[in-house]
Design a protein around this ligand. Sequence first.
Ligand SMILES: Nc1ncnc2c1ncn2[C@@H]1O[C@H](COP(=O)(O)OP(=O)(O)OP(=O)(O)O)[C@@H](O)[C@H]1O
Length: 704
Amino acid sequence: MSDKSLQQWEQERLDSTLRDIEEQIRTIGPRYTGDDFTEQMLDLQREERKRRLEIARKEPYFGRMDFQELSQDGRKPDAPEHVQALYIGKAGVAKNGSNELLVIDWRAPAASMFYSFTGGDDPAVYDSPDGEVTGYVHLKRNFMIRGAEIVRLVDSYVRGQEEGAVSDEFLLYRLGENKDNKLRDIVSTIQGEQDRIIRAERSKALFIQGVAGSGKTTVALHRLAFLLYQYEGRIRAERMMIFAPNRMFLDYISGVLPELGVGDIGQTTFSDWAVELLEHDIKLADPSDTMAYWFEEHRTSEELEQASGRWKGSIAFKETIDERLNELQASIVPTAEFIPLDGFRLSPETMREWYDTDYGEEAIMVKRDRLASRIKRWLESELKHRGVADKKKRSAALAKLNSFVKRIPSFTAVGLYITLFKGKQALTQVPKPIAKATAERMAAGIAAAEDLAPLAYIHLRLYGLKVPAFDHIVIDEAQDYSPFQLETLRLCQRTTSMTVLGDLQQGIHSYAGIQNWNELMGLFAEKDTGFFELNRSYRSTMEIIDFANIILSGMTGGVKPAVPVFRSGDPVVTEPVTDEHWLPKLHATVSEWLQDGGYDTISVIGRTARECEEIHQYLTAQGLAASLVQSKQPTYGGGLTVVPVYLSKGLEFDAVLIADAGSDNYDKLDAKLLYVGCTRALHKLKLLYRGSKSTLIDREQPQE
Ligand SMILES: Nc1ncnc2c1ncn2[C@@H]1O[C@H](COP(=O)(O)OP(=O)(O)OP(=O)(O)O)[C@@H](O)[C@H]1O
């Protein structure tokens, strides 16, 4: 077929698919509003079908794979009609009134080949519920469909053609596009290494170490959509939770799941979640104070080593708390008899038996409260049984009950946490300034981020989880998590099922996070964990990745350079500038990019919030519509932004200007920060520097 007729043929196939979809939507009819339960259920099913059809109507499919299944004995059927064309889209669609599939869902077993097939003449294999299916791939075709038209068609593999391997042409085309203020789905170009993570089995703690731009966040979101499809009825969206570093990041990723047709998955930050779990008994200290302390001034490695967050996030601290909770637990059952009236005796042994056997696995305070109610019930029944009617006697007995029950220890999480830092039982190993600051904060009802994991943990051990346990959790930027945080979240799951992703090379919050993945993985039995590495970076051009790798090479501790996809762009430029010309130069560069660059998102990345405020003020005074990103910001609006480097993590921009990569701003300890900043750029990266250039990038670079 000529290219023209091929495109025509596919367009006709698309037209007919769209007609079928329209017809199906039209016949679904209005919603049922009556009281009949069966009808209501049927209505819900129809609505769900309509929702899928509406997703399909926008862009019915993005790929086609021609597949010829081998028979059981491995023979290849000769007849060409055995080659099946599978059209793959975001939602599966059956032909109106039949079982024939017009489109298969990207998460279906057969669709996995579309992602895992790398070319060559050998048979391809995929797992289906009925076992392995083997066959030959004849064609892999990518489409871009906009407004019912095929605007791009690329054959990335044709059997028998010389190249043999699946080409990256369509991927490169997609990567070359500009980005707006929201992360997007990648269903049409998921790569094999990413697909393996998306489809990995659910009942594990899956750890993903991926270089900047390797698609970790995107892959984790696609994995959620896959799990919901694959384990339909067994896991529920409302019981899945995404933990992300801040509200702005959550806003940035908020478009992906709806694009994939998935709703209702909770999204939160660890801080917000913990404060809610603690029923707002405490307020969170302003996170910008912590940020300011660690990022507005240079900090030494000793300061990092001694950071209170490190200690409070450690398993050693958790174990200390466990000991304290065990002591509390042991002190709950009274050791004295309860004698409310002469002749009435309740022995400690009976109370111990109630506590130990009747309330089994319940949380400590729940068991305590049940024990108290049981003692009360015992007294009521004794009074009744023995016919005590005398009011005076009864109230004396009740008064004794009240004082007896009051003496059974009772704690809130905050109350117990304070005892670790203040008073007779204060821990002796805590450095005095940390103990004093923590106790003072707690007394004022304020917790720092580092207090939240211990507080939430104590609360869970004392009172248990009052909402359903999580079926699956995603933890993004997990290199900034402490082992204690993960232990706390683990208490909220019946069985381990989590996707934990991050990049140690971007671990800029090392005053609280981990140094290596074993710190987190070691919390689980080996059989319950999986580990994946993503080393290819999809975000940036080769030039940008090569440049960022120079910064990496200055880091210690087994760093892995990112491997670029073969997408070339402008060279990265570093340029000296005097103090006097610094702001005008920033303005001139950004203006030029705005006018000629054709970029949708541009960011000026500063070292500190102070520096960013200065830049922002100058740019706006020059008439540019720039927005300033601050630490408590709930949304990210795209366009031109000025952002402190430590808040840029997770985001990406078509063009990035590092405002000042001088050695005063980025010393050896700041390699991760500068790496984060540079890897935010998709197509264009430029670094200005005042004074001498940071040694982190002091290699020969082309000058403008
Ligand atoms: N297979 C793919 N096809 C097309 N685009 C992709 C693919 N994988 C990743 N991307 C794009 O690469 C960019 C980076 O993805 P993402 O933000 O998920 O990476 P990340 O590993 O979480 O990055 P970082 O750690 O730097 O924040 C996004 O624009 C995403 O759409």
